[in-house]
Ligand binder design. Sequence first.
Ligand code: FAD
Length: 284
Amino acid sequence: MRYDIAIIGSGPAGLAASINARIRNKNILVFGSSDMSSKLVKAPSIDNYLGIESLSGKELKDKFKSHIESMDIKIIEKRVNNVYSMGEHFTIVSGDDMYEATTVVMATGVEYGKMLKGEEEYLGKGVGYCATCDAMLYRNKIVAIIGYNHEAEEEANFLSEIASKVYYIPMYKLESQLNDDITIIEDRPTEIKGDRLANKLVLKNQELYVEGIFVIKDSVSPKYMVPGVEVEGPHIKCDKDMNTNIEGLYVAGDCAGKPYQYLKSAGQGQIAVSSAISYLDKKR
Ligand code: FAD
């Protein structure tokens, strides 16, 4: 089945895109997480959301949730690994699953933290962002997972059934759902080292010999996710209508650039979907 619009991200940008697409009766796919966005949930108090005087991020998340549920919009709770432009449509890859859509709105947010030293150099050479996708390469090998969110625990559990040893380095307060054979390391990673391939994870207080390292973040740089997309630092380049350099691919929210704000993100989600719908209309 080919969808009209695939929306990648369930923060304010992706959700605003999804409700506007639903109002216009489009056939949509929305990828994201059950808590919508960790950046929403973490905000202690929001005072600049027009029409709402003061509320916590969690309260705003609950309002977003009830809004999308009232419109029967379902979030597919899966990470998208890659988006490929196939000319007439896009193929969206998530683990072993593939989806097709005529247009895509990228609303994946940005990772505020910096990359680890060596992360970019060894990306694809022993460093990856999706353990479930690449697990088979690490059969009977020693692997470290640096997890920035709870979803990383699922990836670690999956990998522990294939690898000979899994180290898990939580970058958040861990309430462990991990298999017993995974070794938890409470330390701060500083660098990835290696020769041709990555083989060492340097932490503040120790070094681990490893054969693979996965860094599981809320979002990864768009240039790794969408081959061929033009970027500027962590952002996807776009024009005022949220068009990117790839026809049919739009962007909204933090991943389109600063300022990083809820209302701006939601507004851009709306513009991105309008542009996607104009494109769909032209193709009919
Ligand atoms: P995000 O909210 O980051 O959402 C991106 C979504 O995409 C997430 O659900 C993520 O899981 C999902 N995603 C990413 N990659 C993938 C993938 N590959 N597959 C599937 N899903 C994916 N702004 C204000 O205006 N006012 C405030 O008071 C305010 N307070 C803040 C407080 C804190 C602590 C923080 C961290 C930020 C605050 N901000 C505030 C900024 C605001 O949170 C962001 O600007 C806003 O959340 C951006 O929305 P977004 O939809 O672009 O991205």
